[in-house]
Ligand binder design. Structure first.
Ligand SMILES: O=P(O)(O)O[C@H]1O[C@H](CO)[C@@H](O)[C@H]1O
Ligand SMILES: O=c1cc[nH]c(=O)[nH]1
Length: 257
């Protein structure tokens, strides 16, 4: 592959990226993350993938939006891996599925329920979806250093937003509700739409991935204003994610000396 050959979906080439990337879902979050990097600039835009590059110290770091859900996240991850990126931190939002998680808490998944379809294209369902442990530790260290409330545990990844928020209105609601009740009784902390795929695909491609999420809701609260307006709390998870990446890069440099 030529160094300037553009990938089909993210429209980035090898000569534009380094080894580290943030993966928000929302394209609007990309410049808000990039603002925390040095000398950041927009480098590409195609479909749901908006891409900025900036620096932590002298190390280039990408911010690329995945879009919503497993399929577009898998494409984005695969193309970045083909370009040489090896370390991914998703900076995202989630909803609380536990009384232990309040709106505005940092949520650090240590595993994901695979209530989605894309990850099965990589590994069979009995294979657990877990993030990279070294990245999880750095995200936790960053949240502690900032003094943010945070939670670690299993997150639920689903393919469909409204069948989760309004399951009783859907023909298969009986099954959705029973499964969800079991996940919550099992201790699941949160839900979003990308983690299970991200961890499984990264594991199978031999790269590192983990997530720093912000809970946009309190448990059993689907106040649309809260879900759609998490801007004032989003900053917490961006600071946590960027600080975690800084710690990862510093450790990688120490190890390569
Ligand atoms: O974390 P962000 O990018 O906000 O994504 C979350 O928001 C979307 C649903 O509103 C899903 O993609 C979910 O995972
Ligand atoms: O309610 C929410 C908020 C973020 N992500 C989700 O999947 N659901």
């Amino acid at each position: 592959m030529q160094d300037n050959q553009k990938m089909m979906h993210i429209a980035l080439s090898k000569d534009q990226v380094g080894k580290y990337a943030f993966l928000p879902g929302s394209p609007e979050r990309v410049p808000r993350i990039a603002a925390f990097l040095r000398d950041s600039e927009k480098v590409a835009q195609n479909r749901e993938h908006t891409s900025y590059r900036g620096y932590i110290g002298d190390t280039p770091v990408m911010v690329v939006s995945t879009g919503m859900g497993g399929p577009s996240t898998a494409i984005c991850l695969e193309e970045l891996v083909k370009l040489g990126v090896t370390t991914f931190i998703r900076i995202g939002t989630c909803a609380s599925t536990s009384a232990l998680v309040e709106r505005g808490d940092i949520v650090i998944p240590t595993g994901a329920v695979r209530m989605e379809g894309t990850s099965s294209h990589y590994l069979p369902l009995e294979y657990p979806s877990v993030p990279d442990y070294s990245l999880v530790k750095k995200i936790e260290e960053a949240a502690i250093a900032q003094g943010f409330r945070y939670n670690t545990g299993v997150t639920i990844t689903k393919d469909s937003f409204y069948t989760q928020t309004e399951p009783e209105t859907r023909p298969i609601g009986y099954e959705l509700i029973n499964k969800w009740t079991a996940y919550e009784k099992g201790g699941a902390t949160s839900t979003s739409m990308e983690e299970a795929l991200l961890f499984i695909a990264a594991t199978s491609l031999g790269v590192r991935a983990a997530s720093a999420l912000i809970s946009a809701t309190n448990y059993k609260s689907y106040d649309q204003d809260n879900i759609l307006s998490p801007l004032e709390i989003e900053k917490r998870v961006i600071i946590t994610g960027v600080e975690a990446m800084r710690l990862v890069i510093e450790e990688d440099k120490r190890k390569s000396r």
